[in-house]
Ligand binder design. Structure first.
Ligand code: AMP
Length: 305
């Protein structure tokens, strides 16, 4: 099934207890589309970069079969730039720099050939852009998943609330769920947030896994226990890409299948954090992915009567 992805395509500079990078390829839509491309071959990107964005990075995205027809390159402008630093526990990070640059006046033009996607992933960027993109589609997609972060809650809460009314699934982390709902209990938070629009809510809890809420149902997935966590950047987006990629591959949006999608997303994210940036999600052998999916099954399976 076809999947349309938006979000940032960016330069990231990352600092962790294990090292530092200069500006490397990053951005929510980059991670999402790379991860989703393992599952569905029909992935298209709607995003914007400046003319400082290396052609080799765009070639890298294309080499995974991702359509860049909807990727705008703005002459004389700079790409979105984000810089962050992780602390020793790697679960918390500090944003050092967010330079919107070309994102500040991004008009998400949807070419006619991409305007009828079956699945849509609104990766992290301005909620106004997320909403505009949805309004420009000429069909009603089977499923719309949205990701966002505290940055947009702080500066564009009203737009975010408008966008939330139009999406089926929201993915955010635990801290953001608490901020958005004003509730500490994640159960209460999940109710408040779902009243804002999305019928499904995924709360990402970093190294503690993820929760899926729908109606009265809750599914809890663990995170993979890893020897080395090098750089968590992009883990949430890689998770989202694996999640929606699996749903698009199977064309099944039942709660049961969303549980599987969460495991595939978590397995993809576990690769992401083992190296800097996108390094470890460019070539994941199928057998290794399946080994991790099976490890997830074992991790929380219990035969109880
Ligand atoms: P994650 O670690 O999955 O939360 O996402 C990290 C990615 O999000 C990085 O590659 C950044 O370029 C991107 N990012 C950081 N801040 C923002 C923002 N305010 N809007 C959109 N993307 C962002």
């Amino acid at each position: 099934m076809s999947l349309l992805v938006t979000g940032t395509v960016a330069f990231d500079a990352i600092e962790t207890p294990f090292g530092k990078t200069d500006k490397i390829i990053g951005g929510a839509a980059t991670y999402i589309s790379l991860a989703a491309s393992y599952f569905t071959k029909d992935v298209s990107l709607i995003a914007v970069v400046g003319d400082d964005f290396p052609a080799s990075y765009i070639e890298l995205i294309k080499s995974k079969g991702i359509s860049t027809e909807g990727l705008q390159i703005k002459e004389g402008e700079k790409s979105f730039f984000w810089s962050g630093r992780y602390f020793n526990d790697m679960n918390s990070r500090e944003t050092l720099i967010t330079e919107l640059n070309v994102l500040a006046d991004f008009d998400p033009i949807v070419p006619a050939s991409l305007a009828q996607p079956e699945f849509v992933m609104l990766g992290n960027l301005s909620p106004q852009v997320q909403l505009t993109l949805l309004e420009r589609l000429t069909n009603k997609p089977k499923l719309v998943v949205m990701d966002t972060m505290n940055f947009w809650m702080d500066i564009a809460l009203e737009d975010l609330k408008k966008a939330l009314k139009k999406v089926d699934v929201l993915t955010i982390n635990d801290e953001e769920a608490r901020q958005l709902s004003g509730e500490y209990s994640l159960l209460k938070a999940s109710r408040v947030i779902r009243e804002m629009g999305p019928q499904y809510l995924i709360i990402k809890k970093g190294e503690h896994g993820a929760l899926l809420f729908h109606g009265d149902q809750v599914f809890s997935a663990p995170a993979m226990l890893l020897e080395d966590v090098f750089d968590p950047t992009g883990a949430g987006d890689t998770f989202a890409g694996g999640f929606i990629g699996w749903l698009a591959l199977t064309n099944d949006i039942s709660f049961e299948n969303m549980k599987r999608a969460i495991i595939y997303g978590s397995a993809m994210a576990s690769f992401c954090v083992e190296k800097f940036g996108t390094d470890n999600i460019l070539e994941i052998p199928r057998e290794e992915l399946m080994e991790r999916v099976n490890a997830f099954k074992k991790l929380s399976y219990v035969d109880i009567v």
